[in-house]
Write a protein that binds this ligand. Sequence first.
Ligand code: MHO
Length: 188
Amino acid sequence: APDGEELETATFALGCFWGPDSEFGSLEGVYRTRVGYAGGTKKDPTYTNLGDHTETVRVGYAPDEVSYEDLLRTIFDSHDHTRRVRKRQYQNAVFVSDEEQREAVRRHLGSMGVSPETVETRIEAVDRFYNAEEYHQKYNLRSRDAVAGAFERAGYTDEEIRDSPAAAKLNGYAGGHGAPDALLVDED
Ligand code: MHO
């Protein structure tokens, strides 16, 4: 896996963060995922005291393996950008980190033939991203004792599970993404 310095970061909100944590983890070129809270002003939000933040997933990807545009395609294919989500906790958002990402979103919506007035998905600069509690990180993997147990017995800490590229993949497959195809042996 490329080390941290070679990875770029993309930040999205797509409802309950367990799902996108898993889906992004399964994607080729995605090496790290973590879930947290962003898009609001409350300091140090927690799951039970989230304030005006939104459940968010942050992805570390290798840009020569998967592009930001590919990631945008994935999210705009899998959510309805015209849907107004009432609860701020679960709103859809692309939290851009710079002008380049903002421009890429504009371009992508243009290529979809979407008129900007119909877009309910928030497109905003991300101010701060607060990590969610450890029990929310790699939730699908954690819900499977066989896999979570293997990481624990191998001596991984919560933080190491959160940051592990292997755990990101397994969390993806545990959520049904990329599996079983990704797990089958090619017999030819
Ligand atoms: N209310 C759902 C979603 C949790 S997600 C972290 C549940 O408890 O299963 O918002």
